[in-house]
Design a protein around this ligand. Sequence first.
Ligand SMILES: *Cc1c(COP(=O)(O)O)cnc(C)c1O
Length: 400
Amino acid sequence: MSTYLESTPNEEGFFGEYGGAMLPPPLIPHFKEINEAYQRLSKSKEFLDDLKYIRKHFQGRPTPVSHLKNLSKLSGGAQIYAKREDLNHTGAHKLNHCMAEGLLAKHMGKTKLIAETGAGQHGVALATAAAYFGLECEIHMGEVDIKKEYPNVVRMKLLGATVVPVGEGAKTLKEAVDSAFGSYIGQADHALFGIGSVVGPHPFPLMVRNFQSVVGHEAREQFLEMTGELPDMVAACVGGGSNAMGLFAGFIEDQSVELFGVEPLGTSSKLGDHAATMTYGQDGDIHGFHTKVLVDENGDPAPVNTLASGLDYPGVGPEHAHLQKIGRVSYKTADDKESLDAFYALSRREGIIPALESAHAVAFAMREAKNHPDKTILLNLSGRGDKDLDFVVETYGFGE
Ligand SMILES: *Cc1c(COP(=O)(O)O)cnc(C)c1O
């Protein structure tokens, strides 16, 4: 019998009823080419050996699992552990799929990577991959985000990427996606689109999940070695959903392990105040695939809001919609305030400054720990908080 990961999605890229590929006709042959190359290369020993080498000698994998003893004590219940993706090169899990996308481009004979970025984290990770593989890199970014996230613009440029400012509409992520896709259509013969999460048309949700699954496979082995058992609960924040799918992939066959996705509740549960797509969204289409989406009264993607700009997306990876529907993963929320408290607590108690995105998973673990004194919780610390320091300290100070 094939495992969940082998059999999901199906050949058309459907996770149950979610996923698929709704593409403009000129892109159909290019996505077919990407899918064929991925299917072939993901079984090739040379490709897998190259990836293994890069992960060990460039990214610094495996990243450790840390027992957060002080935070567990503070929370007064379950023992909390963290998978340390903050220690992955460039400071977050995103490099796991960006290096693999770069390697894929190289093996396909492509000479360029193109993508959009919101806060700039994905752009920096992809520009890093491009520098490593000697590929050109073109990153589309809204003019509003360019101003707000200037240090990441500087990083991308230092890494050799061209940053294309996008002045249309609200000048943020959605317009950047449209602009990057438009540019890609004209260059698809020599460029690869480097999607930033488990989103987009097939085969990207499949590829990015499999590239990120290294996180879960490492974590399962490490946790077993540390404790002799599997964790009772596994949790990760969900924006597009890549760090969560990476961690979940390691435990999806272990029915005793409860899986939790944690979404940003922002300032309230009112539409426009949060980005909790799995909790408050409905079935719909966005950016070429079928999933759950947050929509306004006209059926257009709704405005979203959270302190953590990496979670600011009105859609979600199709696999999450599927895993919720079949009851394998539960989706919960953490709001700005709880996540900020968790950000300070992890910094002060454990000496780890988390990304505001990851702080949502920490907040969930701290809350649940109280209710489950005999359990163990493993969370994904998807990234480090260097990028958030100025914003947090200028806006909220140093915590108590
Ligand atoms: C981008 C980002 C996320 C959100 O992306 P997912 O695809 O939902 O994982 C989470 N954490 C960090 C640190 C990020 O940079």
